[in-house]
Structure formats: C-alpha cells, structure tokens
Design a protein around this ligand. Sequence first.
Ligand code: TXA
Ligand code: MG
Length: 318
Amino acid sequence: MRKISTSTQSDIEKAAKALLDGSLVAFPTETVYGLGADATNPEAVSRVYSVKGRPTDHPLIVHISSRELINNWAIDIPSYAQKLAKFFWPGPMTLILRRSYLAKDFITGGQDNVGLRVPAQPIAQTLLREFEKLGGSGIAAPSANRFGAVSPTTAEAVQEDLGRYLDSKDLVLDGGPSLVGIESTIIDCTNEVPMILRPGAITTKMIQELIEKIPIINTANTLIRVSGMLPVHYAPNAKVKISGATNAGEGFIALSNIPTPANAVRLAAPNNLEEFAKILYSAFRAADIHGLSTISVIPPNGDGMAHAIRDRLNKASG
Ligand code: TXA
Ligand code: MG
C-alpha cells in the first residue's frame, strides 16, 4: 500500500494525532528519515521493532522539539552536555544521558540511559510541536529502514523498505531528500567526559572547540549497545568494496575529481564532503536498483565529515 503523504500543516496535524493513537509515522529529519512512534506507548514502540525487524535490546532515540524539554527525559545532565545541547540543537546530534522515569526499558533496551535528539528539519519540528500540543512527550524514532540495511534519505526509500510492513493508519511524511544524508553524531554524556559513539556532521573538532579543555573519547569499541556498531551495517545488497581497483561492471563512488575507471558504473561524483554524505545512501540504493553485485568506493581523506563517511563505508563493507 502506498503510504507517502504530503506534508501540509493539516497532514502534519493528522500525523501527530495518528502517533498519539498508537500508529507509526515515518518523517524526514536533516540526517535520515525516522520511523516514529509515541515514545511512551509500549505497543506502538514494539511495532517499530517488528516493522524494522530489529532486536528489542537495541535502544531508540527519543526526539523532542526543543532542548527546554530535556529534563523531562534525562537527569543529572553534565554541564558540558548542556553546552552541547545549547549550541548544536536543533541539529544532527544525539546525546546519551541518564534517563528519567519517563524513559522506560522498552525505549532504552533496559539501559539506564536514554538517547535524545532535537532535529532541525522543519517538518520534523512541526510534527514534534503538534504532537506535544496534543500531550505527547516525545517521538521514538530509529532510522526508517529494515535492520542492518541502508538508512533512507527520501520518503520513496522508506516506502520501498517498510511500506509492506506498515498498517493502513501508518504514514510516511514526505520532506524531500535529507540535507545531511548520514545519521546523527551520537555522544555518550553519562560520564565526566563525552564519548563519541557514532561520528557525524557534528564533528569532533566542533565539539572540542565548544567544550574546550574537557577531553573527548572517540570510540569504535564500547560496551554500550549501538546497533550501528555491529560489524556489518548501513549495508546495501551489493557488496561494498573500499578500493581503487574497480572491475568492469562494478558500481563506482568517488569524489568528482577522480575519473571513472573503464566500464565501471558511476553511481555518484560528489564535489565535496557534504555532497558525499548527502548522496551516499541514495547511490547505494541505486546500485541495488540496477542489480549491481559490487560497489567500489574511494573513501575521502581527512577528519570531520570524511571520518564520518569512512565510518559508514567501513560498516557497509563489513
Ligand atoms: O540521525 C539519526 O540519529 C536518526 C534520525 C531518525 O534521528 N536515527 C537513527 O536511529 O539513526 P537508529 O536507531 O537507526 O540509530 C541510533 C543508534 C542505534 O545504534 C542505537 O542502538 C543507538 O543509537 N542508541 C540509541 N539510544 C541509545 C542509548 N541510550 N545508548 C546507547 N546507544 C543508543
Ligand atoms: Mg539505523
């Protein structure tokens, strides 16, 4: 069934009501599309897990409209985390904080902390505000893809991945292509110093400049469960190969200044790192649509966004 809805004010109001009634609403954010449910409704949240095919011990991020609502969901917020929230929200950043009573085990995977994000995308903002006006506290939303697959950056990609698992009352709000294109930076703020669990558009340098003397731990290895940290993740059906040696007939992704190898299928030629992140997942999807068996990618050099892109490429290539 086709689920994609336009996102006029009245569509968004309808979506907010649907959420409050326990239905699921996929919605655009500036990072990727999320599959939303009322974060206080155990039945609705359990449908998120079954629609995604995701193990229930993987926690969900709770989305709120403004940092003023942070105290509803979190306690003992360190001052560096308050600073991060103040500067980077609304935006592509998720903070892991000690949970309040509101964040139940079915949201946190039984952990004592909760992931919170204030997205900037205007449709996401309106949806959150309408939902809160109706008495809602927050929208739990993982990326709107099947477990382990590529995150969607368009409403069509959500429909393709999840449409067949959604009910007649669920819907997908269309907000066009996501601006950032890769998932939010996740920062664990439950210790004295912040720990970056997933790199993203809010870079280590940006964080370090803001919190100055406090050291940052950058980790790929953590005991906290982050599903994006499974060995293979963000993966298309095609095999992702990080290499310069490209065979004929393979898909090819690289910055635009790198020429396409003979007989390779150019899937993307981004001009800069921001464009690279923005089109990476749609290029992965295009490879699958064309039935390519392998995608060869030349990863960008450097830190910041390049680091975040390489993180996703490494995960996708296993
Ligand atoms: O950009 C994003 O973050 C998107 C949009 C929709 O907000 N959401 C997203 O959610 O990427 P998801 O569930 O696909 O990835 C979030 C990751 C998961 O690996 C999850 O396990 C981890 O964050 N996570 C969520 N809450 C956590 C918590 N309390 N502690 C540790 N990891 C957490
Ligand atoms: Mg995900």
